[in-house]
Design a protein around this ligand. Structure first.
Ligand SMILES: *[C@@H]1O[C@H](CO)[C@@H](O)[C@H](O)[C@H]1NC(C)=O
Ligand SMILES: *[C@@H]1O[C@H](CO)[C@@H](O)[C@H](O)[C@H]1NC(C)=O
Ligand SMILES: *[C@@H]1O[C@H](CO)[C@@H](O)[C@H](O)[C@H]1NC(C)=O
Length: 557
């Protein structure tokens, strides 16, 4: 209380403790005050339950709405991250279905103007990280007049285990995200947010999630614009079977695996830790595949239960079966390029990839396995990227490009092409190439030298990650990039146009939509520049190997 009062006294606009109480449909919440980089008060409501704890019989089920409470509930601390191996961003707990709301203006009367809402879904390969204020600090973006919501969702097997039937239908983590969208619709006006102006924004696994919400019958009508950074599920299937993964998990924790009923009954008796610590046993070659448990197509059970994903994302995109809303998407210059280091730095992995590329390629780069087509893809990729040479230290750049193109760039490219082809709303494509002093990958490890502009590096300018990076201040060269990115994202959230008017901060650039004809993208470097044709020489190889299926191949849903 005293620290709160001290903060009130020192701020220009006095805030009384009463003003920090907001009424939601479940009950009242008390927030706390944080500060933006420019010194504005952020009213932060953290650790707000949006669903019941998914424990006991609720494990492996769609989320249940949270219980109401009496009186005022303190929402002054982050909730626990969902179960995961890392404790870098807080101690995980299965009771993790909480969200944070940040606002700089709590409405006094019904007539107060509401602000656009941005909902952030965090990255982490569907097995790690959190939306809490340590990982996704609101101090930069809250200088824009928006309301920010950032949530957790269930991860790993606990979030995505699927036997493709009623016992284990899958997609619990995605249904958590839908529950967040529903919570926002019902509650956000009380925080000054406009439920009719909602932008969903995700990074990596969160970005894949955003594309899936565009296709989900459960998410329809709950958002109006999308920002999807550095990953897409719109790519040819790699054919991995969720049923095989579920049976393997059951075996690993000594559960019977003959029926899905046996599996789910037994797994509900295991601790969360026993389940998530099996992750490394699913890695088949070094740290690959990166993502194991993930969103899957849900069968129609015929019982009227809600399905999150009703078809293959690639096929749905080809058929134009997604909501037509303005979209920003793109990726960084080097993305997963640094992953090459994990292979060339390990002579046994380098040798295995050299000797057995046709087996290892599909595991690492995510395409179908074991078929004649698979072998052909492996041969072509190896020839194009690696010039059929053995993997050595000299392969670093080529292998890095293969990593980036397979995991991020080709799926992104396919997404902007298919979506812009069918959508009545604009698609804005970017490459983030600004190189600041901080990064998610330093090389050599322990040095202060960024490997390059890699996966997550653009997130540094949108959210303050207090566990990993310094706070950006006006004295830092990086400040300008932070101001540019937060302005563009907020303007887009407001009206669906990322550059609604000329702005000197943005070099007066007009971000023009991407089409298959113009291939335009915004290069976000030290300056902002419209360019054409991002990595199309490399992408052409993928387009030849993975033809866009004709509409006839798309099953009708
Ligand atoms: C909630 O926070 C207030 C103010 O900091 C404090 O006085 C109160 O004891 C807290 N309530 C609970 C249940 O923790
Ligand atoms: C190389 O990779 C193998 C397989 O993942 C692993 O068992 C081994 O410990 C790694 N060696 C080094 C030196 O990291
Ligand atoms: C790469 O270089 C390191 C030393 O810099 C060496 O230990 C390693 O064996 C080399 N790897 C390959 C595959 O040549």
């Amino acid at each position: 209380m005293w620290s709160l009062l001290a903060c009130v006294l020192c701020s220009l606009v006095a805030v009384s403790a009463d003003e920090l109480v907001v009424r939601t449909t479940q009950g009242q919440l008390r927030g706390s005050v944080m500060k933006t980089v420019e010194g504005k008060d952020i009213f932060a409501f953290r650790g707000v339950p949006f669903a019941k704890a998914p424990v006991g019989d609720l494990r492996f089920r769609a989320p249940q709405p949270a219980e109401p409470w009496e009186g005022v509930r303190n929402a002054t601390e982050d909730g626990a991250p969902c179960p995961q191996i890392s404790e870098n961003f807080g101690v995980p707990s299965e009771d993790c279905l909480t969200l944070n709301v940040y606002t700089t203006k709590i409405p006094k009367t019904k007539g107060d103007q509401l602000r656009p809402v941005i909902i952030f879904f965090h990255p982490g390969g569907y097995f790690s990280l959190t939306g809490n204020s340590v990982f996704a600090g609101p101090q930069y973006i809250m200088d824009q007049d928006i309301v920010l919501v950032s949530s957790n969702y269930r991860l790993g097997a606990l979030g995505f285990l699927s036997m493709q039937d009623a016992n284990l239908p899958g997609n619990y983590g995605m249904k958590d995200q839908v529950q967040v969208l529903r919570w926002v619709k019902n509650n956000i006006a009380a925080f000054g947010g406009d439920p009719n102006s909602v932008t969903i924004f995700g990074y990596s696994a969160g970005s894949r999630s955003v594309f899936l919400h565009m296709m989900s019958p459960m998410s329809k009508g709950l958002f109006h614009r999308c920002i999807a950074m550095s990953a897409s599920p719109i790519k040819p299937s790699d054919g991995r079977s969720p049923v095989e993964l579920a049976k393997k998990l059951a075996d690993l924790v000594n559960c019977p695996s003959t029926s899905s009923k046996q599996i789910v009954d037994c797994l509900r008796q295991k601790s969360a830790e026993e389940i998530y610590t099996t992750l490394r046993k699913f890695r088949e070659f070094g740290y690959n595949p990166i993502t194991v448990f993930r969103p899957e197509v849900e069968p129609d059970l015929g019982d009227g239960s809600e399905r999150f994903l009703i078809g293959d994302p690639h096929e749905l995109a080809v058929a134009g079966k997604f909501v037509h809303v303005p979209l920003i998407t793109g990726y960084t210059t080097l993305e997963f390029g640094w992953k090459a280091l994990q292979i060339i730095g390990n002579s046994s992995l380098a040798k295995e990839m050299t000797d057995d590329f046709e087996r290892v390629g599909p595991i690492v780069f995510g395409y179908e396995r074991g078929t004649e087509k698979s072998h052909q893809i492996s041969r072509e990729l190896r020839k194009f990227y690696l010039k059929d040479q053995p993997i050595t230290n000299a392969s670093e750049q080529a292998l890095g490009q293969l990593y980036s193109d397979s995991i991020i760039n080709f799926p992104e490219d396919r997404s902007v092409k298919l979506i812009s082809r069918k959508s009545s709303a604009p698609v804005y494509f970017y490459k983030f190439s600004y190189a600041g002093r901080w990064s998610y990958i330093y090389h050599p490890p322990g040095s202060k030298k960024p490997y390059g502009v890699v996966h997550h590096d653009d997130l540094i300018y949108l959210f303050h990650n207090s566990a990993l990076h310094p706070f950006i201040t006006p004295r830092d060269a990086e400040y300008q990039t932070m101001k540019k990115l937060t302005k563009i994202w907020a303007d887009f959230a407001r009206g669906g146009d990322p550059t609604p008017e000329a702005s000197p901060l943005l070099n007066n650039v007009k971000w023009e939509p991407f089409t298959e004809k113009n291939l335009k993208y915004l290069d976000i470097g030290s300056a902002l520049d419209m360019k054409r044709g991002l990595y199309q020489d490399r992408i052409a190889v993928w387009e030849k190997l993975f033809l866009i299926p004709g509409p006839a191949a798309v099953k009708n849903e």
